[in-house]
Design a protein around this ligand. Structure first.
Ligand code: NAD
Length: 503
């Protein structure tokens, strides 16, 4: 790996073009500023430096993009699926060839560390490859014969869909939503988060360079309450795939109601990691630390509540404090950095506000609990111990490098604490007792559970949450279920009696 100094030298080659031009929308194969000429400034969370102006779109820009997606839909829907597969693989090839540029842009735009972002492009390419290979099977259906009919089912793509993504890992998440939509035969209007819009532009450039026809994928930048809202209300947009906060999900559901939008929501989490005294404590420690302090803690599946059995809690917490104090906070492009700055001043203020909340609620700040001085939105990795589950630090999604530990005495109590929260995205269980693992994973209210493991994503498995953490699943065939409609066709196999009215 190259050093920070070497990486900083390469940076202008990747980012200067955004600084010198407004980052434009991309509609029907052409780059456009917002129709009314508005834009907003995008600054890096790393050092507050100016990264560029971004088109601030309104309803008319979204309307143009939706019309382009509608126009492109019939040809894209009817494209030979082997050609679709080839094209999506070509997009993956080009993503891989620009991996470093994507990683550097993502680091500077989001504050995420290079050690994780260097894999973002590869993960994105993998998403395209996985769904490219599935594209030829997207329309497969069932044969459900009845005495008088041969009943067959098939799936058809919904039409133009809207994809709205958050700022935490924008490149990976955009590919995760857009690749299956395209593989299903839908056309797309993408609205990336206003805090980190750069890699969405790289992605659409790559897609069209790979040969994706104009209008199949359109990009509209801007604020959620303007461009995002207009997208969710547009009558030509058949569905909204949304990743973001739970309360934004509620708003989108209300905004989409008049046009009967189908929605898929991947929302927030306050995920428990439960460590029983029989667990391999060293592995549990590594996994708990990784799941909350990687990606700056700005991770929906982070293990933000650590439930430790009382008999091992003291020893476990001691080791935890040592490790948390050792985590390297620094410039995202420094290969040694483990935690970079938080995305934005508003988010930094939110995360820091929990330091006071923890104190006033009576928890112990065992590590961190303060911001770092200088430019950029850096905070120390933080650990709250001796918390109760009814405290705000145990109930609310902080979305930063902040872990809350809560002791428990029995399995029953652990399950009760784990489920006593509004969210239900993931749960992590550490135990060597197989029947305990089965009992606990059966009782946890979460869409995804890992036993003796951190979150290891496998693309054919269903990804999504319950309760306030989401509606619907991504991954495998579940993605196609969202982006496609079932169609049933019944063929008469003979001359069955048809009821004769008025005969
Ligand atoms: P956010 O909800 O503020 O914004 C997400 C996107 O929605 C942005 O593009 C924003 O512009 C847009 N938006 C905002 N208001 C809108 C409106 N009224 N109508 C339409 N669009 C609107 O979320 P965020 O702060 O960018 O991201 C952090 C959140 O995302 C966290 O809660 C995190 O848990 C969640 N997240 C969930 C997953 C998952 O898979 N479950 C993955 C990553 C992030």
């Amino acid at each position: 790996m190259t050093s920070l100094a070497q990486n900083l030298e390469k940076l202008p080659g990747y980012l200067d073009r955004f600084r010198d031009n407004v980052l434009l929308n991309h509609i029907d194969g052409t780059a456009y500023p917002a129709e009314d000429g508005r834009s907003f400034a995008n600054h890096s969370p790393v050092d507050n430096s100016f990264l560029g102006d971004i088109a601030r779109s309104g309803a008319s820009d979204v309307d143009q993009a939706a019309k382009a997606a509608k126009k492109a839909f019939p040809d894209w829907r009817d494209l030979d699926n082997t050609k679709r597969k080839k094209l999506l693989h070509k997009i993956a090839d080009l993503i891989e060839s620009r991996a470093e540029e994507i990683a550097f842009a993502e680091c500077m735009d989001t504050g995420q560390a290079l050690r994780f972002m260097s894999k973002a492009a590869l993960r994105g390419a993998e998403n395209f490859r996985y769904f490219a290979d599935k594209a030829p099977m997207a329309r497969d259906g069932k044969n459900l014969p009845s005495p008088t009919l041969m009943n067959v089912t098939t799936r058809v793509p919904l039409g133009p869909v809207g994809v709205i993504t958050p700022w935490n890992t924008p490149f990976m998440l955009s590919t995760w939503k857009i690749a299956p939509a395209l593989a299903a035969g839908c056309t797309v209007v993408h609205k990336p988060a206003e805090f980190s819009p750069i890699t969405a532009r790289l992605l659409i450039e790559i897609a069209e360079e790979a040969g994706l026809p104009p209008g199949v994928w359109n990009l509209v930048n801007g604020f959620g309450e303007e461009a995002g809202k207009a997208l969710t209300e547009h009558p030509d947009i058949k569905a909204i795939a949304f990743v973001g906060e739970s309360r934004t999900g509620s708003m989108i559901m209300a905004q989409g109601a008049p046009t009967l939008k189908r929605v898929h929501f991947e929302l927030g989490g306050k995920n428990p990691v439960i460590v029983f005294d029989s667990a391999d404590l060293d592995r549990a420690l590594d996994a708990a630390i990784f799941m909350i302090y990687s990606l700056n803690g700005e991770r929906c599946t982070s293990s933000s509540r650590l439930l430790v059995q009382e008999s091992v809690a003291e020893k476990f917490e001691q080791k935890l404090v040592e490790r948390v104090n050792n985590i390297r906070v620094g410039h995202p492009l420094d290969p040694d950095t483990e935690i970079g700055p938080l995305i934005h001043e508003t988010h930094f203020d939110k995360v820091c506000s929990y330091f006071k909340i923890a104190e006033s609620d009576g928890a112990t700040i065992a590590a961190g609990g303060e911001a770092l001085s200088g430019d950029g939105w850096y905070v120390r990795p933080t650990l709250f111990t001796k918390a109760r589950n009814d405290m705000r630090i145990a109930q609310e999604e902080i979305f930063g490098p902040v872990l809350t530990t809560i002791p428990f005495s029995s399995e029953e109590e652990a399950i009760k604490i784990a489920n006593d929260v509004a969210y239900g995205l993931t749960g992590y269980v550490w135990t060597q007792d197989l029947t305990q693992a089965l009992r606990v994973s059966n009782s946890l209210e979460a869409g995804m559970i890992w036993v003796n493991s951190e979150n290891v994503r496998h693309l054919p498995t269903p990804f999504g949450g319950v309760k306030a953490s989401g509606i619907g699943r991504d991954g495998g065939d579940w993605s196609f279920e969202f982006y496609m409609e079932q169609k049933h066709i019944g063929f008469a196999t003979g001359q069955h009696p048809i009821p004769r009215l008025g005969a």
